[in-house]
Write a protein that binds this ligand. Sequence first.
Ligand code: C5P
Length: 454
Amino acid sequence: MCRARVAAEPAPAGIPVSYRPSTASVNSHMPDLPLANLRVLLGVSGGIAAYKAAELTRRLRDAGAEVRVVLTENAARFVTPLTFQALSGNPVRSGLWDDAAEAAMGHIELARWAERIVLAPASADLIARLAHGLANDLLSTICLASAAPVALAPAMNQQMWAHAATQANVETLRKRGVAVLGPASGGQACGEFGAGRLLEAESIVQELAQLHGPKPLAGCRVLVSAGPTFEDIDPVRYLGNRSSGRMGFAIAQAAAEQGATVELIAGPVHLPTPPHVTRVDVRSARDMRAAVMERIEHSDVFVSAAAVGDYRPGETAAHKLKKHGSALTLTLTENPDIIAEAAAHRARAGRAPLFVVGFAAETRDVEKYARDKLARKNLDLIAANQVGGGLGFDACENELLLLWPGGSERLARADKGVLAHALLERIAALRAKLAPASGPRPRSAKNAARRSRR
Ligand code: C5P
């Protein structure tokens, strides 16, 4: 895509450089681009994924951003500054001690220039240095000296990503408001398989567009359930399922990024709490039901992404069950259907009705079962997905079929963060059509529960 470049006005001598808020007026020929006129400082750290940052530079510019690239010294061993200079149309910086480059645009000026810092790929080392506030090279110094929001897309060996030190550093950064994009899961350059791949350039740009764009859910209260439920058999054993909680956590994060006030009811998972999300941890389906119903009245949207156990042991043994040399029979009792009960409480006086979104994870006949649940549980929208083949449960990626009364949409395979934003966009569009008085007719709780059991 071809765009006219606009030279920045030189700052008058003696006045600290406070950059123009936006070039929108001069670049108004590209207002529809998602990152139009956004000044992005792309920081590239050392790792085999550094070559993908070249594609990202192009995509950022295609999305309307003005891009300046800073390479760490290790990144410059994998990729050349010349590549990024050609793609960004701007000089590339690497070292802190380059007199000529500092004279042209000093590192503090660069830090002020940036409206958004994007670190991709972000190595374990860069993440660790940022978490601890180090400023021992140009990129970390700029990050510390800049007030611009930071987004980072990690890329590293799966074991390095899973290491408690990396996870703690990422959590520290998240709590500081850093947006963590990905990582994706799959085959790695080192031959291993797992989470730690750099998100595709297109996905990174999409997520940045969400962070940068309008906040369509501002003022909206979103309640999300996520993860599995565990039903105790005795003090050491339980019935559970393989839900990782990633889809629900991604939805909670995306909703917060879109401006919603978010409460997340999390089953037993070890995932970090997304920034600006209030989390309540629960264990069993009955705990989850109580936590959801306590909050349903003040919520506008309920997304039930949790894989709630349908059954629990009739009773939980007080002591560890012992072997008796013969078969053991467990009698199971049906759990409450949380979403059906929530849907029965959708009507509220003078406000738009609660918008209820369910999930249907199936191993076969996905659409058929999902359509059945949409009607039977009286939902406004259902997100159906096939489980298996690296998708759905315990995976970073998913593909979804969205179904609602009178419509459908297929969301192609993508990172769960990207899908979460697309799902929320659909929710916002469907809610916008519901006037306060014209919501789906509330049914009685008893009626809905009866329908959900059929
Ligand atoms: O019937 P199934 O469990 O597949 O329905 C899936 C949907 O129903 C999900 O949105 C899930 O969170 C919700 N559900 C629930 N309470 C249950 C079982 C499922 O809210 N006991």
